[in-house]
Design a protein around this ligand. Structure first.
Ligand code: OGA
Ligand code: FE2
Length: 393
């Protein structure tokens, strides 16, 4: 990818005179394999390597020391982990009279029948189910659903419109819920997690981590301080987190928030710093299947590249290593340092853990317009004017 093009693509049009938060900066990836040094510790230098250009992805070996990783895992265990849910944890429409949601067979048929022929085949059912019910079924699972709910009268392994319209949607809903309980590894995200506060009064390791994040990202301290707590995630065998974006597109809402989440605001996770807290004996890679191509939501839903249990070999694939930090940008920035559009190609996820377990921590650097950044903006205004939005260390 051409560097001149890249600069232009990052520096999208200025939206206003002043950003509504202290101006952000974005590290220039320069080229794949480029190494810069970071002075994060008094006794040694860290090396930050460019792993990808667009979106910019970097890797830092030994960002955390072994004992620090162990310590963070212990803090997470002490706080208690809960099964992770996804945004798509919703019920299926039902034709049951008691339910307020109507099952509109014709409309649903049109939505599900992506190739527009006379039948819903197993592939179309798998794709639709995964979109609405967070269950990545296999063709065998669809066959047992047909059998158990007596959906496929003529046993041709497909549903025609008559069979589909006669199906009891609430029975399908119950089947899917039971299926997800029995086979949790078929969910989009199969893990458990907890959140650890990183405030001034919190644990010394987490405090020192925050300083390292500030030096690495070169972002204003106040942005780091007002970001989300650290999310610690635990995966057991078959655990994964299928392809997703960590942040929301601008079209979702004008305001960014994470402190008071409402339907009028969106998550604006400008950057992700992901730390591997242990060595995984098999699998558990982090994959970015959309790099080196253009991310298109519909295409990715069809081609199945979101399903990292099936595809963990496309784009950038990073092996977990204890203490390694994977750092990337989820958003572009405007020329004035304001957070810009979501980078579609930052689509990523965690592949299946094949053996052993996997621990990671997500350090999301997020903007929240509800904080009231006025003072911080005044302090930063001069810097913002003088500063290029690109920095090289
Ligand atoms: C996440 C995530 C990737 C991984 O938790 O949001 O993308 O490798 N995880 O576990
Ligand atoms: Fe993620």
């Amino acid at each position: 990818m051409n560097r001149a093009w890249l600069l232009v693509s990052f520096l999208t049009a200025t939206v206003g005179e002043n950003p509504r938060h202290p101006p952000l900066v974005q590290l220039d990836p320069i080229r794949r394999g480029h190494v810069r040094t970071l002075n994060l510790a008094s006794d040694r230098v860290h090396k930050m390597e460019t792993l990808n250009i667009y979106p910019p992805v970097f890797g830092i070996e030994d960002f955390l020391e072994d004992w620090e990783c162990d310590h963070i895992i212990q803090l997470a265990k002490d706080s208690g982990l809960n099964p992770s849910a996804t945004e798509s944890d919703i019920d299926l429409p039902s034709n049951n009279q008691e339910d307020d949601m109507e099952f509109d067979a014709a409309a649903t048929w049109d939505e599900w029948n992506s190739n527009g022929d006379e039948y819903l085949d197993s592939e179309e059912i798998i794709e639709s189910m995964s979109d609405i019910s967070d269950a990545a079924m296999t063709p065998d699972d669809v066959a047992s659903m047909f059998e158990e709910l007596d959906l496929d009268w003529n046993k041709d392994a497909m549903l025609d419109f008559e069979e589909f319209a006669a199906s009891d949607a609430s029975a399908v809903d119950r089947f899917v819920k039971r299926f997800r309980r029995k086979k949790p590894w078929l969910k989009r995200r199969y893990s458990a997690h907890t959140w650890l506060q990183q405030s001034m009064v919190s644990d010394p390791v987490l405090r020192s981590l925050r300083k390292r994040v500030e030096k690495t990202t070169q972002l204003p301290k106040i942005i780091i301080e007002r970001s989300e707590p650290l999310q610690v995630v635990h995966y057991t065998a078959r655990g994964h987190n299928h392809g997703h974006h960590d942040s929301h597109p601008v079209s979702a809402a004008p305001d960014c928030c994470h402190r008071h989440v409402t339907s009028h605001c969106r998550l604006c996770r400008y950057m992700t710093l992901l730390y591997y807290l242990n060595d995984v004996s098999g699998g558990g890679e982090t994959a970015f299947p959309a790099v080196n191509r253009t991310y298109d939501e519909v295409e990715f839903s069809h081609n199945g590249l979101w399903n990292l249990s099936a595809h963990c070999d496309t784009g950038l694939v990073v092996k977990p290593r204890k203490g390694f930090a994977l750092v990337w940008y989820n958003h572009q920035i405007h020329e004035n340092g304001e957070i810009g559009e979501l980078i579609g190609e930052s689509f990523h996820g965690g592949c299946d853990v094949l053996s052993g377990e996997k621990w990671i921590a997500n350090n999301w650097i997020a903007i929240d317009h509800t904080w009231g950044y006025d003072e911080a903006i005044n302090q930063h205004q001069d810097i913002g004017r003088r500063h290029s939005t690109h920095v090289d260390l």
